[in-house]
Design a protein around this ligand. Structure first.
Ligand SMILES: N[C@@H](CCC(=O)N[C@@H](CS)C(=O)NCC(=O)O)C(=O)O
Length: 215
């Protein structure tokens, strides 16, 4: 198998890469990394010393591709399928990349800050940082709600990398700040994402691991 994906089925950034792979039914070998297991973690750090996943390995081209957005760009470039994910048009491409950045930096990262604070040792919590993350998440979700008032997907009718980023970001944001009552358009968008077969498959595969979620 040319492509290998190093990932964990519960990890939100890994979901981005999985959605892109499943969208186009791109064949790959899934390699689950268990960061709690010293051997699995050490083996993974040999591939990517930063130790964050997802990481794609393309044996055919002898390339190691870290970072979820870069993985999706790489797939769009070398393993193009029926869902383009990153439009070739420069202006549309920039808009997709902006929305991808928006969901990663202003939804997913503050959500992670809030969730991972629950994993800190007793007495080492960061209430100030969590407060800042909640305020940023609130602002970002308000913007998503406005942006999604009249669109099916983040870019309109076409499903793109921006939706790959939005799906995990909104799924987990909804766990820490429920959307249904306050952000109806964002909640409806999340429902559409959950029904998209690529994301539905990711969620189904994550089911056995949800008990590990520190919410
Ligand atoms: N900017 C990176 C972020 C990757 C990231 O934060 N991954 C998390 C899982 S969702 C991770 O590896 N966490 C383990 C750790 O930080 O030790 C990307 O887009 O791939």
């Amino acid at each position: 198998m040319a492509l290998k994906l190093y990932y964990h089925p519960l990890a939100s950034f890994c979901w981005k890469a999985l959605i892109a792979l499943y969208e186009n039914e791109t064949p790959f070998e899934p390699i689950i990394v268990d960061l709690m297991d010293p051997a699995s973690s050490a083996a993974f750090r040999k591939i990517w010393p930063i130790g964050k996943f997802p990481v794609l390995r393309d044996e055919a081209r002898d390339r190691t591709i870290p970072e979820s957005s870069i993985i999706i760009e790489y797939l769009a470039q070398h393993y193009l399928g029926r869902t383009g994910l990153v439009p070739a048009d420069p202006d549309l491409g920039r808009q997709v990349r902006f929305r991808d950045r928006f969901y990663d930096l202003y939804v997913q990262e503050p959500m992670q800050k809030i969730v991972t604070d629950n994993l800190r040792p007793a007495g080492r919590n960061d209430p100030h940082g969590v407060g800042q993350a909640k305020a940023l998440l609130q602002t970002a979700l308000g913007m998503v709600d406005e942006d999604m008032a009249a669109k099916v997907w983040a870019m309109g009718d076409a499903f793109t990398m921006a939706d790959c980023a939005a799906a995990p970001a909104l799924f987990y944001a909804d766990k820490v700040m429920p959307l249904a009552e306050t952000h109806r358009n964002a909640a409806a968008y999340l429902d559409r994402l959950k029904q998209r077969p690529s994301f539905a498959r990711v969620l189904e595969e994550a089911q056995p691991y949800f008990k590990m979620f520190p919410g």
